[in-house]
Write a protein that binds this ligand. Structure first.
Ligand SMILES: Nc1ncnc2c1ncn2[C@@H]1O[C@H](COP(=O)(O)OP(=O)(O)OP(=O)(O)O)[C@@H](O)[C@H]1O
Length: 361
């Protein structure tokens, strides 16, 4: 079984202001396996930053339990509050790197000095610090730039420095809080690919906070959707993309999920008695196979495509078709069995699904 490196249980964070109480995080349980790239998406104000700051107790929860790498950092229920001692907390925090939208580099220092700064309390000798800082810069693709100053670098390069700095104390976890939000599309892709690379090379667990589903699609294996302080949906990337239940998830995913709204407005009313709508999702080698032609030839079932889309999830093309299948019930049943045998995920688009997802814009 995979090891759960982050275990947040029943986390609540409430901010009390003069006349106002803000429940920023409500009863959130989030478990992240070692080696996951776990995307947390949501609109601004959903509570994403507050939730991830709980992981290293930069934000103390109002109640709940925080366990990181098997150590309980914080636990509070009605009777008791237990928090790990300051010294151990400081050590634990060093094992959790963080990067942000703003790179927060020291502008008067060269980039190698910026990285070395994070090693000040590492116990290493000055020469070892310099060597390690250089290796980290090499790791993030900045060899040869060590004596540049932050202003001499592009945004993407500055974020690489911030990543090298975040990795200085060999963290097992990296929290990325909107780290690509200020970057142009090309740099965004490069930084995301670097995070994926570090995840593969170092076994680094990444928590990726973002409002951009494209970032999640590119590198995450799991995703949670936050809305008004709660996680409203979560799962494996493919599962969420093929079978999102919540309207807000569909809004984030766009593409085929949005097509459901169009179906409600347009297609469903036109269905004949011997017709049903299905969403077919297929990946890998299936993508190019002429499956629908076989449905007609082998099973006498007509399949009329009303929407098609291809997404690339973690480098794998995933196709989605919405089809109206027409034929006798028995033939339809056989055709669906055939599709299943081809490892195609079939979701019947029922009236209920359409109503639930229908108002997505
Ligand atoms: N220190 C604080 N004091 C009071 N309210 C806060 C504080 N920090 C966050 N909040 C409020 O908590 C809610 C959640 O904010 P949070 O920053 O976690 O959301 P977010 O999903 O990360 O959005 P963004 O991407 O805009 O940061 C918001 O209503 C915010 O105004």
């Amino acid at each position: 079984m995979s090891e759960e490196i982050i275990k947040l249980d029943k986390i609540n964070v409430t901010f009390e202001q003069k006349n106002k109480r803000i429940d920023a995080v409500k009863e959130v349980t989030l478990h992240v396996n070692k080696g996951d790239i776990y995307g947390v998406v949501g609109y601004s104000g959903a509570g994403k930053s507050t939730l991830v700051r709980v992981i290293n107790l930069l934000q103390l929860p109002t109640s709940g339990r925080v366990e990181i790498g098997g150590a309980v950092l914080y636990q509070k229920d009605e009777q008791t509050e237990n928090i790990i001692d300051t010294k151990t907390l400081r050590e634990k925090r060093r094992k959790i790197g963080m990067i942000f939208q703003h790179f927060n580099l020291l502008n008067e220092q060269t980039i190698i000095q910026n990285v070395a700064f994070a090693l000040k309390h590492s116990g290493l000798k000055e020469k070892e610090i310099q060597e390690k800082a250089q290796n980290l810069l090499n790791l993030v693709g900045l060899d040869g730039r060590e004596n540049s100053y932050p202003v001499q670098l592009s945004g993407g390069q500055q974020q690489r420095v911030a990543i090298a700095r975040a990795l200085a104390n060999d963290p097992e976890i990296l929290i990325s809080d909107e780290a690509t939000s200020a970057l142009d599309p090309k740099n965004t892709i490069q930084i995301l690919d670097l995070l994926k690379d570090l995840n593969a090379k170092l076994g680094l667990t990444v928590v990726l906070i973002t409002h951009e589903m494209d970032a999640v699609k590119r590198i995450a294996n799991k995703v949670a959707v936050m809305d008004s302080g709660e996680i409203v949906e979560r799962g494996d990337l493919l599962q969420i993309f093929t079978n999102a239940k919540e309207k807000i998830t569909r809004e984030f995913i766009g593409g085929s999920a949005k097509a459901i709204a169009t179906l409600q407005d347009y297609q469903l009313a036109k269905l004949q008695q011997d017709e049903q709508i299905f969403q077919l999702t297929y990946s890998d080698k299936n993508v190019s196979e002429p499956i629908l032609i076989r449905l007609y030839k082998d099973f006498g079932v007509e399949a009329n495509i009303i929407y098609s889309n291809i997404e690339v999830l973690r480098g794998t093309p995933v196709g989605t078709l919405f089809v109206i299948i027409k034929g006798s019930l028995e033939n339809q049943k056989q055709a669906l069995e055939y599709l299943k045998s081809q490892r195609i995920i079939i979701t019947k688009i029922s009236e209920q699904t359409l109503v639930e997802g229908g108002s997505a814009k």
